[in-house]
Design a protein. Structure first.
Ligand SMILES: NC(=O)c1ccc[n+]([C@@H]2O[C@H](COP(=O)([O-])OP(=O)(O)OC[C@H]3O[C@@H](n4cnc5c(N)ncnc54)[C@H](O)[C@@H]3O)[C@@H](O)[C@H]2O)c1
Length: 383
């Protein structure tokens, strides 16, 4: 699938395809006007980046893998590599990796020479389903997730499905959370064939992991079966079309539409931060946060028990922790402090996205109702 989205003054073209693009393809799609290329990858995705780097003829900047690399230092090392490589305003940054690489490569591209060409080659399920599209860039600072960032959509985003075969099991699981989030927003989660598709993915990925290679190696004897590729590709496509449509109407999250994509993120980000960034994956935190949002909705009388149960079942299918008082919360006060630092707070009130009959809704919770929120997070039993 190829689809171009118009994001305010930017255009992003997404290619969901089976294999990696070549550097020549990329440059010609950009109109050939590129002088100087910097590939940005991490210690694991360097194996993938090397496959498009024309035998080492382009500059590569390798960042540490994982959430703890979303720092100023990583951005600085990208900017330094670009300067040392003599890249100018007509240069090109290509981020090759998951959401961490796309967030920091895009941040660096947005500030280097006040903005250079940006291409993302997304290599994780989470990156394809969510992080690579929509122009949000970011780094973590002062122990707060994504507190510094810009809006800078990539011109081209490639999603080469074949690279997912080296993705570790935990990262497949992490990506499923953002997919389930979109299925809730889209309301397709309540359809029987969606549940069947999730069951088949669960069997292929989580029950029978023979094709997974946890050593990040690109050579393998076992390949995922065709039905898994077909199911995953169609879910990624659904996520891309949904997110593309929303961000086309509200790129800068000012019209109340894009904010809906944050379902599960207020609880999830607080969990991620309070556990120590990098301890729990983004998807694991979001999955737990979505279940908390359902429970809050039930308490407020706007989410039906049936809706909550359907969503929770789908999340549990992928093996996520869904219980309140998450076992990794060591200190309730630290969690509440993290929640209080949420970027989405407005005039001291929390904004939670809650699944409701017509899809999802933004609900404002005042600080004096914090008791209810604490019960949802730390209470003894799930509602
Ligand atoms: N900008 C956005 O709109 C947006 C949306 C959602 C999430 N995010 C961000 O995305 C980040 C999470 O992204 P992620 O889950 O992709 O994590 P990640 O980028 O850290 O990747 C997870 C791990 O998988 C490895 N990896 C990547 N591709 C691989 C492959 N094909 N084979 C083997 N190993 C591979 C990475 O090296 C890393 O160790 C978070 O920082 C989150 O805040 C951003």
């Amino acid at each position: 699938m190829t689809k171009t989205f118009k994001l305010s003054a930017f255009k992003s073209t997404v290619h969901i395809q089976s294999s990696l693009p070549s550097l020549n393809n990329i440059i010609s799609e950009l109109g050939g006007r590129v002088r100087g290329v910097l590939l940005i990858c991490d210690e694991n995705t360097i194996n993938i980046a090397k496959n498009i780097s024309l035998n080492g003829q382009v500059n590569i900047c390798v960042i540490k893998a994982g959430e703890t690399a979303k720092t100023w230092e990583s951005v600085e090392s990208i900017l330094r590599s670009a300067k040392e490589a003599g890249i100018g305003r007509d240069g090109l940054f290509i981020g090759v990796g998951g959401g961490v690489i796309s967030d920091i490569a895009a941040f660096a591209a947005s500030v280097f020479m006040r903005g250079v060409n940006l291409v993302i080659i997304s290599t994780t399920l989470l990156g394809m389903a969510d992080a690579s599209l929509g122009g949000k860039t970011g780094i973590d600072l002062f122990d707060i997730k994504n507190i510094a960032g810009t809006f800078y959509p990539a011109s081209l985003i490639y999603m080469p499905i074949s690279v997912l075969t080296t993705l570790p099991l935990r990262e497949w699981k992490s990506g499923m959370a953002e997919i389930i989030k979109t299925l809730i927003l889209n309301k397709t989660i309540y359809k029987k064939n969606t549940y069947e598709c999730l069951i088949s993915i669960k069997k292929a990925i989580f029950d029978n992991q023979t094709f997974l290679d946890n050593n990040h190696s690109s050579s393998r004897d076992n390949k995922p079966d065709d039905s898994l590729i077909k199911n995953i590709s169609s879910l990624i496509k659904e996520c891309v079309l949904y997110k593309g449509r929303i961000t086309e109407t509200d790129l800068y999250e000012t019209k109340g539409k894009r904010a809906l994509l944050n379902l599960g993120h207020t609880f999830g980000h607080a969990l991620e931060t309070s556990c120590g960034l990098g301890v729990i994956t983004h998807g694991e935190a979001v999955a737990w946060g979505i279940v908390r949002s359902c429970e809050l909705g039930v308490r407020l009388g706007i989410t039906s028990i049936r809706q909550k149960d359907t969503i929770t079942n789908c999340i549990e299918l992928c093996g996520y922790e869904t219980k309140k008082a998450h076992p990794l919360i060591k200190d309730n006060k630290t969690f509440i402090n993290s929640l209080n630092n949420d970027k989405k707070k407005k005039s001291g009130n929390f904004n939670f996205i809650i699944p409701v009959k017509k899809g999802v809704e933004i609900i404002n919770i005042k600080p004096e109702d914090m008791g209810l929120i604490e019960n949802i997070i730390f209470g003894k039993t799930n509602d």
